[in-house]
Design a protein around this ligand. Structure first.
Ligand SMILES: [Zn+2]
Length: 897
């Protein structure tokens, strides 16, 4: 290994994994394994290519330094520039250090060239191999990711079709066995280990010309072919096809497949590097032998022509008399009765039938096996356990299966509970239920064996039962997109997000977001429309909405996140605005829900189904047009949501008996015509935006329509971009929030700390918003000014009494002056009122009596006069009983102003 490269690698693995050189040995040890976290990671000191977990049986994790430090292995021209004297220096370094090849073996087989892409305006050195038919294949070696998906290329206009690439050291006229692999590097890897390998250049290329030339050149002496293409579904189909075609040409064919573990693609070059890592000699030879034998076994399984042949391959490998197997997406049970089988073989050997006498050994075994009924079909489809998924909060768990059918139908994926895989009857029922026509006819014992193999060391996937940010995992998890540490993840084929060391999915399907992760499609034309139609208020609303995407992190640092109230008469545009804000998050045709409708459980579900997304409550405060009482939402229910605690006891039952109180993970937005009428604690928690029709013009009407028509694909990048900027946004909020809070508290108008804090958070979010959308300076200034005046107005609103209280005192003044009085207090400093007296008097004077229940609720908040207590027995100053003694009256008591 080059000294400079080795030096860099040693430095990194020492600091990242804690690997230490154990002099005088050639090993570094004591590193922390990233998979099992045990301090068993080791590597070689002279060539730290790979880091290997010493717990070979239990973990056996292998880390390729090339994969984790790809920056060190990328810029080869910079690291090793070619010179006049060494024109292939760069290519050699690449082949030697990135591929592990021995230059003394392959030295003359390639040239170093350069490639330049005008499309990407970038160039790279290449390693080029000439092809037999003319033309060449070359690998780009300097930061190939700059060229999009292209890492290698053929000479334009030339075709390699029909002809393989044969390493000069391989003599196809002499070889007993020729391995046919996909790429040139695969072939190079194998020839290092004395395997005669040629490259077909692609899995979909059948080297017909080369094979026919062999047929012509070696009549009656054809080599055996081993088809060793990549182990992936596309290549599987080709392998079977090429084997058939080569057999027709007269070749004996086998196949080899490298088993793929942990979803990691391992090719022959990777295996070669693993082998090189072992000391030369017996240890390495044994490993090479073992890996090649295993690959040939897997190849034999792949090209088996029927279930019986496959069973035979497995029987020879496992040496067990009973096992299950899959063939053609059906499950079979193999059980060999040796006595019966031997008898069948004997009969075939002794047979007088011409047909039987023609059978070769393999065919005879097959036939005997069929005759003794060793193979029994146990399922008409192929269930495969993908992983175990659990919800730690509810203590529920499932096994997630993919079921593939023998016919053309698309595979389905679904869950099995533990009891559904514990007995054949339950398994059969569930399978029929989820997989149309999927029939399991095996016994429970057969099922046990199948499940045992399927679930051995099965991966676990965490689940959440809401959509959005999960603080337990520090990840944003939506339906098919997830974001963590600024990186976007797509749902994989097995329906979960594979995020480095976290596997996770959401079980919730109630909030569907259409997120476009292609940020080149994200355009911000809407920003200016919001500005023109809604002005600074629109920006403040946007900043709050944006803040909802970080509500959990904000609450984690600052304990609370406010509620936003957007009010305005019909037509002022609040629904348009809210619906558009939703569209920025990929949710379409949705505004919110009415908390007075539906059951408490349904309401609780609405609060619990999102994380770091708004929960919008709409139109609960209704006009009482016909004088009837409408149901009022009890805003106090929300109080705890301010700090992220559960919105009341929700009574969601899990399988056990305990009641679960899911924390509130979202942000509350209230949209209605009139301001929220609620207790002071709720009013303090609100940031309030009042929208009006002022400023609406025919032109803004057109713009609003444009906003409504804007396709979600062009704007939902907002959520993606915002969540990707998490660390920057939070840095701004953490730093700026407290600064703004001090500024607000310094204003003479602001006296309530909570009001200062809420609005300071909004200020900070406006600053953070700049990381995501291009706000202009005058817009930012206008938004800040708006927030300052919102804070002042909020303080005024808190200072004032609730309208129903104001109304009460006005009526009280009137009634108290005209009649004998309502005040029973003998103390001038106090006012004592009996509310029934009050109602009676009011009715007599033909005054509208306020709703007493409603009144009682708010009267306790009365500031002027200040509320003292309720239900006090007061000796009346003027009312007397039959005996002319002062009456004792139950009164509400206030401090006279
Ligand atoms: Zn390990």
């Amino acid at each position: 290994m080059r000294d400079d490269l080795r030096h860099d690698v040693l430095q990194r693995i020492e600091s990242e994994f804690g690997l230490k050189h154990r002099a005088p040995t050639n090993y570094m040890r004591g590193g922390t394994c990233p998979k099992c976290n045990k301090k068993e990671l080791y590597t070689r000191f002279d060539s730290p290519w790979q880091l290997i977990c010493g717990r070979q049986e239990k973990c056996g994790h292998t880390v390729h330094v090339k994969e984790i430090y790809d920056d060190l292995f990328e810029d080869w021209s910079k690291r090793v520039p070619a010179t006049e004297n060494a024109p292939t220096a760069t290519a050699r370094a690449y082949l030697e250090f990135a591929r592990g090849f021995n230059i003394s073996l392959i030295g003359g087989w390639f040239t170093q060239e350069t490639y330049y892409s005008t499309q990407h305006d970038a160039g790279s050195a290449t390693v080029r191999f000439a092809l037999e038919k003319g033309g060449y294949w070359e690998r780009l070696i300097d930061k190939p990711s700059r060229f999009g998906k292209m890492k290698a290329r053929f000479q334009p206009g030339e075709s390699y079709k029909g002809v393989w690439w044969c390493p000069p050291c391989v003599d196809v006229l002499e070889a007993k066995e020729i391995w046919i692999v996909e790429g040139i590097f695969d072939a190079l890897a194998l020839v290092h280990h004395n395997v005669a390998a040629v490259s077909a250049m692609s899995s979909n290329a059948f080297p017909a010309d080369s094979l026919q030339a062999l047929v012509a050149a070696r009549p009656g002496n054809l080599p055996k072919l081993v088809w060793a293409l990549d182990n992936e579904p596309g290549a599987h189909a080709y392998t079977k096809r090429w084997v058939r075609m080569a057999r027709e040409l007269g070749f004996t064919c086998e196949a080899a497949q490298i088993p793929q573990r942990d979803n990691r693609k391992v090719d022959w070059n990777d295996l070669h590097q693993r082998w090189q890592f072992l000391d030369e000699g017996e240890k390495r030879d044994t490993q090479v032998d073992k890996d090649i034998t295993t690959a040939r076994h897997h190849g034999a399984l792949l090209i088996a022509e029927n279930a019986t042949e496959k069973a035979l391959v497995m029987f020879d490998w496992k040496r067990r008399s009973e096992f299950h197997l899959e063939y053609g997406n059906r499950l079979y049970w193999f059980k060999l009765d040796l006595e019966k089988y031997n008898k069948a073989i004997q009969e075939l050997e002794d047979s007088d039938h011409h047909e039987d006498q023609q059978l070769n050994n393999k065919q005879m075994r097959s036939k005997a096996m069929q005759q003794c009924g060793a193979l029994q079909r146990i399922a008409t489809c192929n269930p495969k356990a993908l992983y175990y998924q659990e919800n730690k909060l509810t203590d529920e768990s499932w096994y997630y299966f993919r079921i593939t059918f023998a016919h053309d139908a698309a595979p389905i994926k679904n869950t099995f509970t533990s009891s559904q895989i514990a007995s054949s009857a339950e398994f059969k029922k569930r399978l029929l239920g989820i997989a149309p026509g999927g029939m399991f006819t095996g016994t429970t014992q057969q099922l046990d064996a199948f499940i045992e193999e399927q679930t051995d060391a099965l991966k676990t996937v965490q689940t959440i039962d809401f959509t959005g940010y999960t603080r337990e995992h520090s990840a944003y998890v939506y339906g098919d997109v997830a974001v963590r540490d600024g990186k976007v993840f797509k749902l994989n084929e097995e329906d979960f997000f594979d995020m480095d060391r976290l596997s996770i999915k959401t079980l919730s399907q109630s909030v569907i977001l259409n997120l476009n992760t292609d940020l080149e499609k994200f355009d911000t034309e809407w920003m200016d429309i919001i500005w023109q139609c809604f002005g600074a208020k629109g920006l403040v609303a946007l900043a709050f909405w944006f803040g909802s995407l970080f509500a959990e992190q904000i609450r984690q640092h600052q304990k609370s996140y406010p509620f936003m109230e957007i009010i305005g008469e019909p037509g002022a545009g609040k629904s348009t605005l809210i619906e558009f804000l939703w569209k920025l998050c990929g949710r379409i045709d949705y505004e919110g829900f009415d908390p007075t409708k539906g059951t408490p459980v349904a309401r609780a579900r609405n609060f619990a189904q999102v994380g770091n997304l708004p929960v919008v409550l709409i139109e609960s405060e209704r006009e009482k047009t016909d004088g009837s009482q409408t149901k009022q939402y009890d805003w106090d229910e929300l109080k705890t949501a301010y700090n992220g605690r559960s919105v009341r006891s929700t009574g969601v039952k899990n399988n056990g008996n305990d009641t679960r109180e899911p924390p509130f993970r979202g942000a509350v937005v209230i949209g209605q015509n009139h301001a929220v009428n609620a207790s002071e604690p709720i009013l303090q928690r609100l940031v309030h935006i009042a929208m009006t029709k002022d400023g609406q013009t025919p032109q803004t009407k057109l713009l609003v329509e444009k906003l409504e028509r804007m396709p979600v694909d062009r704007v939902s990048g907002f959520l993606v971009k915002a969540t990707m900027m998490e660390s920057k946004v939070m840095e701004t909020v953490r730093k700026k929030g407290p600064e703004y809070e001090q500024q607000l508290l310094a204003l003479p108008e602001i006296r309530t700390v909570r009001i200062a804090k809420n609005h300071a958070q909004l200020h900070a979010l406006v600053d953070a918003l700049v990381h995501v959308v291009p706000l202009k300076k005058h817009q930012v200034d206008a938004a800040h000014a708006e927030i300052r005046s919102m804070a002042k107005e909020r303080q005024l609103a808190i200072n004032a009494d609730h309208p129903i209280v104001v109304e009460f005192w006005e009526l009280y003044e009137y009634l108290n002056s005209t009649a004998g009085g309502l005040n029973h207090s003998r103390n001038d400093g106090l006012i004592a009122v009996n509310l029934n007296d009050f109602a009676k008097e009011a009715a007599e004077k033909r005054q509208k009596v306020p709703d007493l229940t409603e009144l009682k609720r708010h009267l306790k908040t009365s500031k002027c006069p200040k509320f003292v207590e309720t239900n006090r027995n007061v000796c009346s100053a003027w009312d007397t009983d039959a005996a002319n003694k002062p009456k004792t009256v139950r009164c509400w008591v206030f401090q006279a102003a």
